[in-house]
Design a protein around this ligand. Structure first.
Ligand code: 13P
Length: 253
């Protein structure tokens, strides 16, 4: 059975001090809890807080995630952060291709692919985000859009590496809107993605890749989503910014 994975994407929220406080509270809340072994837990604070938070989560069940990374190790790439740099801080997961960089900052499928390959080459775990806009859903092209994003991200990725990855299905219309995909809507797309992975890599790989749902997931709707057969976790925005709501989702998982 696939182990559930819950990751908090803090986006551009919380100062370094606030991030340290939230991470400290979360680590304390997870201490000695039975769920700590049953669910993989991650948090993705702002880059500025990664170093500080790394020290706080060390030795705890809470793993560190980054919100993006560049595919080169160093060089003239103003504003970018390399996988090497993240690795040195003890980062485990790297979120790639989130819909915010895709829609607001020109992130492309080709770049997501380069980043995915690089993150895997450095031994970190990519969380590859895919998802359709409302117009695309209403135009009945959800599978086409999501399928294109998945195929592009995994170009040149071996089966062995693909098996280590995590995919986050985040319908754009559900992100930060309070409008969650229904359990059935989420399951249908997750099942489609797993079918696609099977086509690309065979069933052994398809069965181990964890597919998270993201988009207005909260403690109240988490159980319904997380009991769908192909929903293996959550990538949480707003509800990860408070320890109680995030913990509620972890417990549901
Ligand atoms: P919300 O949970 O705030 O909808 O954000 C989801 C998300 O984008 C996680 O990456």
């Amino acid at each position: 059975m696939r182990k559930k994975i819950i990751v908090g994407n803090w986006k551009m929220n919380k100062s370094v001090e606030e991030s340290a406080k939230l991470a400290t509270e979360l680590v304390a809340a997870c201490k000695g809890q039975a769920f700590s072994d049953k669910v993989d837990i991650g948090i993705a604070p702002t880059y500025l807080a990664l170093d500080r938070v790394a020290g706080i989560v060390k030795g705890s069940p809470v793993k560190l995630a980054a919100q993006d990374a560049h595919w080169e190790n160093q060089g003239a790439f103003t504003s970018k952060i390399s996988v090497d740099m993240l690795k040195a801080l003890g980062v485990t997961y790297v979120i790639l291709g989130h819909s915010e960089p895709r829609t607001l900052f020109g992130e492309t499928d080709a770049n997501v692919n380069k980043k995915t390959v690089k993150v895997l080459a450095e031994g970190l775990i990519p969380i590859v985000c895919v998802g359709e806009t409302l117009a695309e859903r209403e135009g009945n092209i959800t599978e086409k859009v999501v399928g294109t994003q998945v195929r592009a991200a995994y170009q040149g990725v071996s089966a062995l590496d693909a098996a280590k990855t995590v995919i986050a299905y985040e319908p754009v219309w559900a992100i930060g809107t309070g409008r969650t995909a229904s359990d059935d809507q989420a399951q249908a797309v997750h099942k489609y993605i797993r079918g696609l992975l099977k086509e690309m890599y065979g069933s052994e790989v398809a069965e181990v890749v964890r597919i998270q749902y993201g988009g207005s997931m909260k403690a109240e709707n988490a159980a319904g989503l997380l009991t769908q057969p192909d929903v293996d976790g959550g990538l949480i925005g707003g509800a990860s910014l408070k320890v109680d709501s995030f913990l509620g989702i972890i417990k549901a998982a």
